[in-house]
Design a protein around this ligand. Structure first.
Ligand SMILES: Nc1ncccc1[N+](=O)[O-]
Length: 239
């Protein structure tokens, strides 16, 4: 997978040199390039923003540098991802979709955002997705891109040593993950649930599913409501 990130703060992406993403870059699973938007400015002050038409606070990112940057990094297979508080909620399903794509371009907006014409013009030649990570406002898109890059890269074949962990995790099956335990069996007078030490894999699987359902019902009624009803007939605490 090829990824191009365009930002006025390219140094924000140093974390993408670390850990499993850094390893994916080293092994060629991920071809990641980070670009400074100011590369595509032409004035001596390397200006990327200006005052908003219609007035209002803050500054808006000018179209010309963005258009030149997108022209420079685009490819016929590219899709443009723009993190924004005004975007559609980003979900695990989106992460799976993006992980299948050959080329992602991330545009990191700052200030009050990017001139809308940049997204409209880009949409005439490639798919454009404005995505939101949550109902809060960050300084810009950079941190959101790091989050999305983690969510997507870990799904790439060969990045996670144990691909099995992708099936059990929260949101994989539309439920939250069951609680996890490790040694010691008793710690500060708190014992690990006996079923998990029973060796009875059927009971363990049922216990985990029940805990997932209970946890989802308690913490994410929205997810629980969307969970296929036919799956609930197995809802049984007879673990
Ligand atoms: N919430 C956000 N705030 C600023 C930029 C991007 C954002 N997001 O969620 O992708």
């Amino acid at each position: 997978m090829r990824v191009d990130i365009v930002s006025i703060f390219p140094d924000y992406f140093a974390p993408l040199d670390l850990s499993l993403i850094g390893k994916a870059r080293g092994t060629g699973l991920l071809d990641l390039s980070v670009h400074d938007l100011r590369t595509w400015t032409s004035d001596v002050h390397r200006t990327v923003d200006d005052t908003p038409y219609g007035g209002g606070p803050g500054m808006v990112m000018r179209p010309e540098p963005w258009a030149a940057a997108l022209d420079a990094v685009a490819s016929p297979a590219a899709q443009l991802i723009v993190p924004s508080p005004a975007g559609r909620p980003f979900t695990q399903a989106d992460a799976h979709e993006l992980a299948e794509l050959p080329h992602l371009i991330f545009a990191c907006g700052r200030y009050e955002g990017i001139d809308q014409r940049v997204l409209d013009e880009a949409a005439a030649r490639m798919p454009v997705r404005e995505v939101s990570l949550g109902d809060y406002v960050l300084f810009g898109g950079e941190v959101a891109v790091i989050v999305i890059m983690e969510a997507v890269t870990r799904l790439l074949p060969g990045v996670l040593g144990n691909a099995d962990s992708l099936t059990e995790e929260s949101h994989a099956a539309g439920l939250l993950e069951a609680p996890v335990y490790t040694k010691p069996a008793s710690w500060r007078d708190r014992a690990v649930p006996e079923v998990l030490r029973s060796g009875d894999h059927g009971r363990i699987a049922r216990w985990r599913r029940t805990e997932s359902l209970l946890r989802t019902a308690a913490r994410r009624p929205d997810m629980f409501a969307a969970y296929p009803p036919e799956s609930l007939d197995k809802f049984d605490r007879a673990a």
